[in-house]
Design a protein. Structure first.
Length: 82
């Protein structure tokens, strides 16, 4: 994942995972295996923050000129791409 992305509800920036590469790989492998075999995803990962982003079209007061961006945990994103 690219750096400089917004943090999700867990408050963990992707740069933390990059700094802890060796430790993170072992830890994430264990975590993902546990999730896979137990068939239970952490409840916290279901949380997200919906942020409206203005499309730069016409009236800023009209909701149709916005699109939603869903901020979620970077670890959840890694799991989805797993």
């Amino acid at each position: 994942m690219k750096g400089g992305k917004a943090m999700g509800p867990d408050g963990i920036p992707i740069e933390v995972c990059r700094c802890l590469v060796d430790i993170a790989i072992v830890w994430l492998t264990k975590l993902f295996n546990l999730i896979f075999w137990s068939n239970k995803m952490p409840e916290e990962w279901r949380r997200s923050i919906l942020v409206p982003i203005f499309k730069n079209k016409r009236d800023i007061r009209s909701y149709t000129n916005y699109r939603g961006i869903k901020l979620m945990s970077h670890i959840m994103k890694l799991w989805e791409n797993h």
